[in-house]
Design a protein around this ligand. Structure first.
Ligand code: ME8
Length: 491
């Protein structure tokens, strides 16, 4: 089905409160989901929480809270964050919910039945913060290269997945330029496989009291990454549910750059081994840093997104994240930069544009503006095709920049043309064109700053349009009602 679109985010560990990095990933996925809805696709947007990890159990122990109570409480914080961010997800998966547990076990059983899993012994190093195995040579002074903490030495009986068998297939998949964006991530993975080869993967842990049981051996728990990755199909009711039939394979798995190996190598291999189609694309975003250091729950270097929303407003945060941090690259968070974007762009550019045009409507045209010829000089400045193409290529920041260029063009046009000095048909033509421009801007920005665009639509007395409505001359008559100011500047 061409007209469906399935997008997922990573599911978050619930060892601590959500931070700005989690909010960022959800907002980016939300923008893509909303954009596809504007394009009249049937969208399924999934996010959720990764609850069976050892790192969650460890955190619960430190907090002296029973583990189930701990994950329930923290999962709610992630769910509430989605509400606060106005994330338009269609489902919120928790990996402790029965429907997921069943599918994780089914996948494991299938792998075992197909002899893709065998019993052996694991001896090596493990970082609970990454929930990942390490070779001595990959450590940084004996510590986990990502979390900079000591790794554990493990020696235990374990089930292994025959990952090595899929080396050729995975290399072929990765070499397909469509599979991973950005391309440098693809090259990194290919080089790693070429250098180290693919080794069989330990996929169970013994003697744990938190996690999903290996269905045929209760002494073992399923390795949390195998469990977690299968959320992408359990949430849409694999194997026989309608949503699975309609939406799989996923069009996009959106993830951060630290978990590409799991999504681009391990997950496709598991799918290949169970005869399930592989996802179309893995889209990798960068990290939000604070003074150059990665935000991380483990290190305690965090920024609370809820506080930022309460202080500056939701759309200010959403806009800032996309405009300030070039999508695909790392970026630094600073409250100063956020304030500047709010004052100089949201308030000065967009807020002012809307307010100026609506004031002219009220003062000079009695709030009713009939359709007239369109002022081509302004309408020609809208680079709609470029905006669409950029969005289709997941260049979210560039696309937003191009929309913003048009917002600025509209302001410049007002300054140059001075419609408040016009009268009669000339005035009507200019104002009508500007209202159409604002209506179209509101459609294009609605994926990025949905609350603001709802307000704009109310002022204009129009319903939220689709991308196909981004044409000048559609509205027959405007009846304007000017409301509160869109963005208040902060000193
Ligand atoms: O990795 N900036 O969970 P997680 C931007 N449970 N993104 C960030 C970030 C930052 N500072 N810090 C984290 C996990 N992220 C697993 C995923 S998926 C089957 C299982 C991103 O809570 C990170 O890259 O550590 C990941 O995509 C997501 O937040 C969840 O991270």
């Amino acid at each position: 089905m061409v007209n469906k679109f399935y997008i997922t985010t990573a599911i978050d560990y619930v060892n601590s409160d959500p931070h700005l990095g989690h909010a960022y990933e959800k907002v980016c996925a939300d923008i893509i989901a909303r954009w596809n809805r504007l394009n009249e696709k049937e969208v399924f947007f999934l996010t959720g929480t990764d609850e069976n990890a050892q790192k969650n159990a460890k955190a619960a122990k430190i907090a002296k809270v029973p583990i189930k109570e701990f994950v329930d409480k923290n999962a709610l914080k992630f769910r509430n964050l989605c509400v606060k961010l106005k994330i338009s997800n269609d489902y919120f998966i928790r990996t402790t919910e029965p429907k997921h547990v069943k599918v994780a076990q089914l996948i494991f059983q299938k792998l075992y039945d197909k002899k893709e899993i065998y019993k052996g012994n694991y001896e090596g190093l493990y970082c609970t913060s990454c929930e990942n195995f390490y070779l001595e040579k990959d450590l940084d002074n004996g510590k986990c290269p990502i979390h900079k903490i000591k790794v554990e030495y493990l020696k235990e009986e374990s089930y292994f997945f025959k990952l090595s068998k899929y080396e050729k297939d995975i290399l072929k998949l990765l070499n397909n330029k469509e599979f991973i964006i950005p391309e440098n991530k693809m090259i990194e993975l290919i080089n790693r496989i070429k250098k180290d080869g693919l080794k069989d993967l330990s996929v169970s842990r013994r003697n744990l009291d938190w996690g999903i049981d290996v269905p045929f051996d209760k002494n073992h728990k399923i390795y949390v990454w195998i469990d977690a990755l299968s959320n992408y199909i359990s949430a849409i009711d694999y194997p026989n549910g309608d949503n699975f039939k309609k939406f799989w394979p996923a069009n996009v798995h959106l993830i951060g750059k630290d978990i590409t190996w799991f999504h681009c190598v391990i997950w496709p291999a598991i799918l290949m081994a169970t005869n399930i189609k592989v996802p179309e694309k893995v889209l990798v975003h960068g990290f939000i840093n604070l003074k150059g250091e990665k935000l991380s729950k483990t290190s305690g270097n965090v920024v609370n997104p809820i506080k930022l929303i309460d202080k500056y407003g939701l759309d200010t945060l959403r806009y800032f994240l996309l405009r300030e941090i070039h999508f695909g690259q790392d970026g630094d968070f600073s409250e100063e930069a956020l304030k500047e974007r709010l004052n100089n762009e949201l308030a000065n550019d967009l807020g002012n544009l809307v307010s100026r045009v609506l004031t002219i409507c009220e003062k000079n045209l009695g709030s009713k503006i009939k359709k007239s010829d369109v002022d081509k000089e302004l309408s020609n400045k809208l680079e709609l095709k470029t905006i669409q193409k950029l969005m289709d290529n997941y260049e979210l920041t560039e696309s937003l920049n191009t929309i913003w260029k048009f917002v600025k063009e509209c302001n410049k046009h007002i300054n140059d043309e001075k419609p408040w000095e016009m009268k009669g048909e000339t005035l009507n033509k200019h104002v009508y064109t500007l209202l159409e421009a604002i209506r179209i801007i509101s459609i294009l920005l609605s994926s990025f700053i949905p609350e603001t665009c709802e307000k704009i639509n109310k002022f204009l007395g129009v319903n939220q349009g689709y991308l196909k409505d981004c044409k000048f001359g559609l509205v027959k008559e405007y009846k304007i009602s000017k409301g509160e100011i869109l963005f208040k500047k902060i000193k």
